[in-house]
Design a protein around this ligand. Structure first.
Ligand SMILES: C[S@@+](CC[C@H](N)C(=O)[O-])C[C@H]1O[C@@H](n2cnc3c(N)ncnc32)[C@H](O)[C@@H]1O
Ligand SMILES: O=[N+]([O-])c1ccc2c(c1)CN[C@@H](CO)C2
Length: 286
């Protein structure tokens, strides 16, 4: 390879590594309780509002897990953070669920809910979420206790993960050799990547966790350049549009099955980020 080209590639790689390291520094101040307060309480999580964001996300996930082509034994949620909403439909379909996050504070938040009973064990009361998904499933909202028990029974482990590594999970993570049957990832890749190339590369890294024929369900931010990860904790985000999302999904080796888009009404802009929309992607690893 020409010496100049080699030098340029090495320079680009060094810049990328600097960008990833800067993201790690940003996340040191991440505050799970504040993050939940900013994004997972009304108005963004108002189950009585037709235009609220969280019910839209839960509807996308419910449809994806009940339309018959997504299934198997093992599901991995990439970059779970301190939230559980993203596996409330999945837990009825998969018997083994791995939750994952980069930060111990988030893994600890998840452990507290999973190991505890009742409301005193986590920063957010997930009951309204459990009740809403039960309703989507045609069940009585009072079945939320059964759904909570089901979720607690299928979560097999809460693992550290780094999507910037070619192998994002620890070697001893008990994932089947062939890979997981399904991946879910919500608001993670674009909010941990310094640029679009890194976002696309991370999509490729997590693809390695998925078996051929497995599905990826990806939720993320459109048009977002930052979000608050806690009081005074401003985290940069790769601003994406729909075309970039679809191009990155395809470029990283998935077949795009469906894209759904939610556009934020003014009432959902609450000052904790500059997100303009949310995308839902259903994709498949050939
Ligand atoms: C915006 S939060 C998304 C949380 C949750 N999935 C949701 O839907 O709200 C982004 C998450 O990515 C995690 N994260 C940060 N760096 C990461 C990395 N290199 N690899 C994987 N996850 C990372 C953070 O700890 C945080 O929990
Ligand atoms: O409205 N929501 O449901 C919601 C949930 C999580 C997040 C957002 C919006 C926007 N910012 C991202 C971070 O990139 C995190």
């Amino acid at each position: 390879m020409d010496r100049e080209v080699k030098k340029l590639k090495e320079e680009i790689e060094r810049e990328r590594e600097k960008g990833v390291a800067a993201m790690v520094a940003c996340y040191q101040g991440f505050d799970p309780a504040a993050y939940l307060q900013y994004n997972y309480m009304p108005p963004r999580a108002d189950f009585d509002r037709q235009d609220s964001i969280v019910p839209w996300k839960l509807g996308c996930l419910h449809r994806a897990f009940t339309e018959g082509d997504v299934g198997g034994e093992v599901l991995v949620d990439v970059g779970s953070g301190p939230t559980l909403y993203q596996v409330l439909s999945a837990c009825e379909v998969f018997d083994t669920v791995f939750l994952t996050d980069f930060l111990e504070v988030n893994r600890q938040e998840l452990r507290r809910w999973l190991q505890g009973e009742g409301k005193g064990y986590s920063s957010l009361d997930w009951t309204p979420y459990l009740q809403h998904v039960c309703k989507l499933e045609g069940r009585s909202p009072s079945a939320w206790t059964e759904k909570a028990a089901r979720l607690r029974s299928v979560v097999s482990d809460i693992l550290p993960i780094d999507v910037h590594l070619p192998r994002p999970l620890p070697l001893d993570s008990q994932l089947p050799t062939a890979g997981a049957d399904c991946l879910v990832s919500c608001f993670c890749l674009e909010s941990v990547s310094p640029d679009l190339a890194s976002f696309t590369r991370a999509l490729g890294h997590i693809r390695g966790l998925l078996r051929p024929g497995g599905h990826l369900l990806l939720i993320g931010a459109l048009g977002e350049s930052y979000y608050m990860g806690g009081p005074g904790v401003r985290i940069p985000v790769v601003p994406l549009d729909e075309a970039q999302v679809c191009a990155s999904v395809r470029a990283s080796g998935y077949t795009l099955v469906r894209l759904e888009v939610y556009t934020l009404p003014q009432g959902m802009k609450v000052g904790v980020d500059d997100v303009t929309g949310v995308f839902f992607v259903k994709a498949r690893k050939p």
